[in-house]
Ligand binder design. Structure first.
Ligand SMILES: *Cc1c(COP(=O)(O)O)cnc(C)c1O
Length: 235
């Protein structure tokens, strides 16, 4: 099978599984969005995904977004999903549609400051480390509300929801309780009616567990390997 049709087939298969997961829990699939995580993959593969209908791409490195940005169609929505250093915010502030990985006030302040220079309001998500893993970025559950209140006061930011990278597990069911906890947290925050905060977006679920994440309320799943194949970090 040619590479071209492989990516297209993978996308169709992921989209079908998302639809099926929505049907199982009687959700409208119109609010379940697929982000193709294209980190480490060449522009030619992103173009194939684009040709197959993908418009949302997730990247975790500023440099890689900048390299790919000019080579691909302008109607792509770029999602910054990786840890973001404050000194690099300025390079992507006018290029990404959503920053998923905000976990500190200092980072949020920098985003707001750079957004102001471009006269824009940057949509962001608050990243939670729901599995409380030492190796991962993100806030703990009990830090979350205070941080949201502080960040929400910044002028050029809008908090749109929550994001998490759940633990790596063999069986996706092991993460169900984490996804449930994320959904519950987003409902709890919403009921507090904090100014400038909405909880429309719940970004969770990756290749190994996106179906379970959708069943538990994910609005955005971030799928890399399941679309583009294994990543090779050597090249
Ligand atoms: C790499 C990455 C993904 C995609 O992971 P896969 O297991 O390849 O689907 C999703 N989210 C984040 C934050 C990532 O860094």
């Amino acid at each position: 099978m040619m590479m071209n049709s492989l990516i297209k087939n993978n996308i169709e298969s992921v989209q079908n599984k998302i639809k099926d997961a929505c049907i199982r829990v009687k959700r409208a699939d119109s609010d379940a969005h697929l982000i193709a995580v294209s980190k480490t993959k060449p522009v030619s593969m992103l173009q194939q995904a684009y040709n197959a209908g993908i418009r949302d791409f997730g990247e975790n490195k500023v440099q890689e977004i900048l390299e790919k940005y000019d080579k691909l169609p302008t109607d792509i929505r770029w999602h910054m999903i990786g840890h973001l250093q404050r000194n690099k915010v300025k390079y992507i502030i006018d290029k990404v549609c959503l920053i998923h990985s905000v976990d500190s006030l200092r980072l949020a302040e920098e985003i707001s400051k750079e957004a102001a220079k471009h006269n824009l309001v940057m949509p962001i998500l608050i990243e939670l480390n729901i599995g409380e893993e030492a190796s991962k970025f993100g806030l703990s559950l009990d830090q979350c509300e205070d941080m949201i209140r502080e960040i929400s006061a910044l002028p050029n930011i809008q908090i749109k929801g929550l994001m998490t990278v759940a633990p790596f597990v063999e069986n996706a069911e092991e993460n169900r309780h984490y996804f449930k906890a994320m959904k519950q947290l987003s409902v709890d925050i919403m009921t507090k009616n904090i100014d400038n905060v909405c909880m429309d977006i719940l970004s969770m679920g990756m290749t190994g567990d996106y179906e379970v994440a959708i069943e538990e309320g994910a609005t955005h799943v971030r799928v890399g390997t399941g679309i583009f194949g294994e990543r090779n970090y050597q090249i």
